[in-house]
Structures are given as structure tokens and as C-alpha cells.
Design a protein around this ligand. Structure first.
Ligand code: XBP
Ligand code: MG
Length: 236
């Protein structure tokens, strides 16, 4: 019996990365007078690193004009990340990003059937609050029974810590829940916590092999195209 749905955020609730976080990072670079620009393809490669601040640090390794001292890199990454989040929240307020098709319908159906719901993400809480407020109004977070965000964990996905914390908060065993993810890192995190996981393909992870998933499909609105994970791999 399914007791709870555990929702990933970026790529799953909404396509936040390409036109949201990426654009906001680039605005932060301009604001700080940096000649850096992450195009769509480069940002896709950088997404292998989970966490925006960690992503900045990883990218700096390839920039010849990045600070040499690691303490200075850390400080710059913190500053840019904060600024990026400011621009990201602004773009959410402006309605640039909407929930993906089928997400709200499934949430409402789960809620009507008494299935509890939680957010399990490696993005920061302010980013999640902004997205939920846009969808549900100012008290958006109250729709959910638990919220685990970047600030709540020591290790981000693919580490299972976020999922373990969500199970603790809900006081549920792993098998009574189902995670919905879009990426290898997210699905691996869920599976490592014992949580069954389905993957809804997103723009940045359209075909990555994801062994951890029980099923992979095009989107939550789609009735067709959902396959068990090994079968999905064969047709990709
Ligand atoms: C996605 C991430 C995040 C976002 C940016 O997490 O890895 O880093 O790209 O958000 P998920 P932050 O798919 O688990 O929601 O800048 O707040 O890290
Ligand atoms: Mg995701």
C-alpha cells in the first residue's frame, strides 16, 4: 500500500535548469563582471555535479581567470550562488517556470486518496519555496508533509541522506513510499535508501541509463511510454 510520494524538484516538478538556474547563474556572472557564460550544452555537463555552489567550484577548475587560492574560490562561489538564487527566485516570480504537465494533477489525486507527500531535493529551501509559492500560493510548503532540502543534509544526491531524512520525518518504511526523480543522481539516492523510484525524463537527462529506477517514462501526463527500467534502456 502506497503511503507517500517523495518528489524531487529540479527537472521533476518543473524544468527549472535550462531557463531558470542556468540563466540565473549567467546573470550573476555578468553582475560580478566575470567573462563566464554557461551555454545550454556546457550547463548539461556541469549538471553531473549536484548542488549549485559545488557546480560553481567544479567549473572554476576549468577557468584560467578563477581565483587561485581555494579560500577565495570558496568565497566567490558562495557569493555567486547567493546572487544566482536571487535571480532564480525573480524568474520564478515572473512566471518563467511552471510545473511540468501532470505534476499538479498527480499531487491532487494523491492528496485526495490520502497519500502523503514530501519534497526531497538537493536544491536550497528558498528556491523550493519560490516554486511552491508560485504554484500553491504563499503557504505552498504546507501542502507537503515533509521537506528535505540542501540545507538539511551533509551530503547531496546521489548520497541517500536526503531520502533517509524524509523517511524519518514521515516515520514510514522505505517500501511504503515511491520517489519520482528525473536524474541518475536522484534515482540512485532513492534506491540507496531503499525507496522504489520512477524516473520522468527531463530535458537535461533524456536518455541516461538509470538502473536504479523501477520504471522510466516521458512525463507524468503521459499514459504511454512508461517501461520497466531495463526495457526502457533497450529502446533508448
Ligand atoms: C538539482 C540540483 C541543484 C540545482 C540548483 O537538485 O542539483 O543544484 O541545479 O539548485 P534536485 P541550488 O534535482 O535534487 O532538485 O543552486 O540550490 O543547488
Ligand atoms: Mg532532479
Amino acid at each position: 500500500m502506497l503511503a507517500a510520494l517523495l518528489w524531487d524538484v529540479d527537472g521533476t516538478l518543473a524544468e527549472t535548469e535550462r531557463d531558470g538556474h542556468r540563466v540565473a547563474f549567467n546573470r550573476a556572472f555578468v553582475e560580478r563582471g566575470l567573462p563566464w557564460h554557461w551555454d545550454i550544452a556546457r550547463y548539461g555537463r556541469l549538471l553531473r555535479v549536484t548542488g549549485g555552489r559545488e557546480r560553481l567550484l567544479a567549473a572554476m577548475a576549468d577557468e584560467t581567470d578563477a581565483p587561485v587560492l581555494s579560500s577565495e574560490r570558496e568565497a566567490l562561489a558562495r557569493d555567486l550562488h547567493q546572487l544566482k538564487n536571487h535571480y532564480y527566485a525573480q524568474s520564478i516570480d515572473e512566471g518563467v517556470i511552471q510545473f511540468r504537465p501532470g505534476v499538479r494533477a498527480l499531487m491532487d489525486e494523491a492528496s485526495a486518496r490520502g497519500v502523503r507527500q514530501a519534497i526531497v531535493t538537493t536544491t536550497g529551501r528558498a528556491n523550493v519555496d519560490a516554486l511552491l509559492a508560485r504554484q500553491f500560493g504563499p503557504d505552498g510548503a504546507r501542502f507537503f508533509d515533509a521537506m528535505v532540502c540542501a540545507e538539511d543534509v551533509g551530503a547531496k544526491k546521489p548520497d541517500p541522506e536526503a531520502y533517509r531524512r524524509a523517511l524519518d520525518a514521515l516515520r514510514l518504511p522505505d517500501v511504503a513510499t515511491l520517489a519520482i526523480e528525473d536524474s541518475w543522481a536522484g534515482a540512485t539516492a532513492a534506491r540507496a535508501a531503499g525507496v522504489p523510484v520512477i524516473v520522468t525524463r527531463s530535458v537535461y537527462f533524456p536518455a541516461d541509463p538509470i538502473d536504479a529506477a523501477v520504471a522510466i517514462g516521458p512525463g507524468l501526463h503521459a499514459r504511454c511510454g512508461w517501461l520497466p527500467a531495463p526495457a526502457a534502456r533497450q529502446v533508448e
